[in-house]
Design a binder for this molecule. Structure first.
Ligand code: ATP
Ligand code: MG
Length: 248
């Protein structure tokens, strides 16, 4: 395991929405190069944990450190500069439906561009080689000029992956990125997510334990906002998974 600066470190991190506790006392360190699968029943806290990690939600208790920076107490612009180094695919994908696919992919670079250049790219879209190559990598080369709203659910998921590829993030966070994909596309997309960051650090929530086993190095199981399983993939057996998904 590579040492040095952790990709992410949570200490006693909790998240509460009014009187609902979504996450409770999460202690977790993710090392560079680890591929962590977040598993657990619906409502267990997987999306909330990913939101803490990308700084879109502040913890109500504890601390969250990402890429060597404590996210607590940062100014909005300091937070944005850490977020530029994090590639996120949210459960909602956050695509703009009314524009062409290439604009959504280009959005991965907007953080690095001046406002003027970003506006220019929106007004005069070019088939930029970086965008074309990212779309080719996700098998959507044909869709460059398509309106995003015309694409299928699986194609939209792949547009979000292409946007992440052009961002060149240091850490990839993905919330159910393969939920609408057929099995072979799902395997392909997970492979792409692995290679989207230089040291291949990935935290991904999944509802398919077999994909977690095949593509990740470590499995974190959540139940009712707490970590109930944290093991290297090789040490996870069917009993652990049955226990994790047992309704109670
Ligand atoms: N913005 C919010 N306002 C109120 N409650 C919320 C909010 N976001 C999450 N919750 C609650 O926090 C808990 C954890 O939700 P979360 O979305 O993290 O679960 P999840 O494990 O991602 O579930 P799923 O597998 O269905 O995506 C749930 O009880 C949910 O209702
Ligand atoms: Mg979720």
């Amino acid at each position: 395991m590579s040492q040095g600066v952790a990709a992410a470190r949570l200490r006693g991190a909790g998240a509460r929405f009014n009187d609902r506790i979504a996450l409770d006392g999460i202690d977790l360190t993710v090392h560079p190069g680890e591929r962590v699968a977040l598993l657990g029943p619906s409502g267990a806290g997987k999306s909330t944990l990913l939101r803490l990690l990308n700084g879109s939600l502040a913890p109500t208790t504890g601390t969250v450190e990402v890429l060597g920076t404590d996210l607590g107490g940062l100014s909005a612009s300091q937070l944005r500069s850490v977020q530029r180094r994090i590639g996120t695919i949210s459960q909602r994908l956050d695509l703009v439906d009314q524009v062409r696919v290439l604009h959504n992919v280009n959005a991965g670079r907007l953080g690095d561009w001046s406002t003027g250049r970003a506006l220019l790219a929106l007004t005069f879209p070019r088939a930029d080689p970086v965008v074309v190559s990212a779309l080719d990598r996700v098998g959507l080369g044909f869709a460059l000029h398509e309106r995003t709203e015309r694409l299928s659910g699986g194609e939209r998921q792949r547009v979000a992956i292409a946007r992440l590829l052009v961002q060149c993030p240091e850490l990839v966070l993905a919330d159910e990125p393969v939920s609408s994909l057929d099995p072979s596309r799902a395997a392909e997309v997970l492979q792409l997510l692995r290679t989207a960051s230089p040291n291949q650090t990935l935290v991904v929530s999944l509802h398919q334990p077999e994909l977690a086993r095949r593509h990740c190095t470590r499995i974190i199981g959540l139940q009712h906002g707490r970590i109930v399983l944290d093991r290297a993939v090789a040490d996870v057996n069917d009993g652990h998974l049955d226990e994790l998904y047992a309704l109670r």
